[in-house]
Ligand binder design. Sequence first.
Ligand code: ZN
Length: 647
Amino acid sequence: MTVLALAVPVLAQKATIYDEPLSERRVAYTLNVTLDPEARTVRGTERIAWRNPDDVPVDSLQFHLYLNAFKNNESTFMRESGGMHRGFSAEEENRWGGVIIESMKVTTGDQPTLSTTYRTDDADLTDRIVYLHPDDDNLDDQTVAAVPLPRPVEPGETIFLDVEFESTLPRIVARTGWGEKSDGTRFFMVAQWFPKLGVYEVPGQRYVPEDAPRGQWNTHQFHENSEFYADFGTFDVTIDVPEEYVVGASGVRVSETTDGGMKRLVYRAEDVHDFAWTASPAFLEYTDTWRHVNLRLLLQPEHDGQAQRHFDAVKIALERFDEWVGEYPYTSLTLVDGLGGSNGMEYPTLITCGTAYLLPDWMRSLEIVTIHEFGHQYFYGLLASNEFEEAWLDEGMNSYVETRIMDTHYSPGSAISLPGLRLDDGPGQRTFYAKSTPSRGALFTRSWEYEVDADYGKASYMKPATVMRTLEHYLGWETMRRFLRTYYDRWRFRHPTTRDLQDVAEDVSGEDLDWFFDQFVYGTAVVDYAVEALEVEAVEGSERYKSEVRLERREDGIFPQTLRVRFEDGSTEERAWEGEAASETFTFDKPTPAVEAYLDPDNAVWLDVNRLNNRRALDASNVFARKQQFKVVVWAQQLFYLIGSLF
Ligand SMILES: [Zn+2]
């Protein structure tokens, strides 16, 4: 794909970035808005274009009004979170937000002559707007709106709406809102901020809970634990802010002009499914490039000196994703060092990172969060699975690649690197999973339906990272890499599901992987194999020894095992065990006695929740050392819990 030169102010607003659309572009948004920092509002107009992709008429439109999650204590988000979400306190002043649709009208926009444009005499839809509560019947929740149309949108027809709206930003919560520095400087993370269409899914596009026989809107309420889902298209966004504000946004900046104390910025983003921006007078701005990508970093002044760490980390991520998954097709990427709860979040071509004053080099949380959020450009941005229903496809696949990049680049000690304490990212997440209640929380679960709230995090991040690392060891890295690349090639811009991902894994490996996915993705099977006993006796009347190794499967999960036995003369033997029976005994009759039996000696089965019982030695001298090491891991797990709360 040829990419035109960027950020040339003379480009008209409708200029295209790419010669050919990268995605199907079912939607187009044109927004003209003004930020009022005092009132904490963003208000303006929005033109929405939506093309009916189905071969039957569609008689209503559905919208997300995410900011209404922060309207009061009665929203589903607030009820589920008990009024608290990652530091947001409902007690603070000016905490509430929300979005008001002042008017919504059908228009023929710029294309009055096109026969495929939706027309009606009954153009004002404002009074038709109703709220839906598809997930929990909470009548007080206003995060999903529907608009029954005067007549259906015919197949292939495009409807244009002109919307006037006002968004009030909440005190930073769930990665959006306003914040204030100690010197009074304002910061705005303007995200999930405008009335936004849900995804209309054509038959066959979804299968949750089973194959949908008809096309339908997929528009869930905003939950404490849910993220987002939207269709690909274009965004033309004009933003007015006070002149002293530094702005970062999704897409490419087309122009910047100032007039009468105000600054007008025009952005265009193509083939993305959301648009977010940030504004603050405090930002320090840094730029860099990586191949075709213009990198821009907006840093809090107190973190000056850490710019290079951000750029280094994101370039490692760009490099590895390009090599392992596929091309980063966009020409821009903005990194934002926001305030508090706005950090550690992904939006198309814009990520919020997060660091701390005087963050030491040995603490690689900055690198982890930067690489993690960049990875979302693939799993959240380009693949764009339904995060409400299958969060693991984004967070989990991304955590897998993130840990692999960290461990490839920075090990040993990819997460924490101190003399005497080195902790790697992947093993840290694995420990977190193993020490949780591993029998709870399947990866494939709607994000608001976890029985225990905390299981969402484990099942969306740490466990899938562990599941995928186990799959990698089982298939081999080269097959795993082909799987990642094929998944990306086949499904980018198309909202893949868990089933689609499994299909790719099976195609690429040539193996039926039902046994794996049923246990560890759809189910909650727990893997724990143990060497139950190692017994040796001299065979009477000979110079030989009978060594007996008894293995046990202690949980319901089944995973093929390798047993390695070491003998006194230094020789070793390996046995394969399919691991299905509850127990198995291997006997060795040799002129030398066994001294050690080790299950999974190459540490391939990361899903094994207890590795301390994987080994038995007749000489117990080094068991103590291993136990000490384990204690360090438990301590490190607490640290990971802290880091994890950043994402
Ligand atoms: Zn994430």
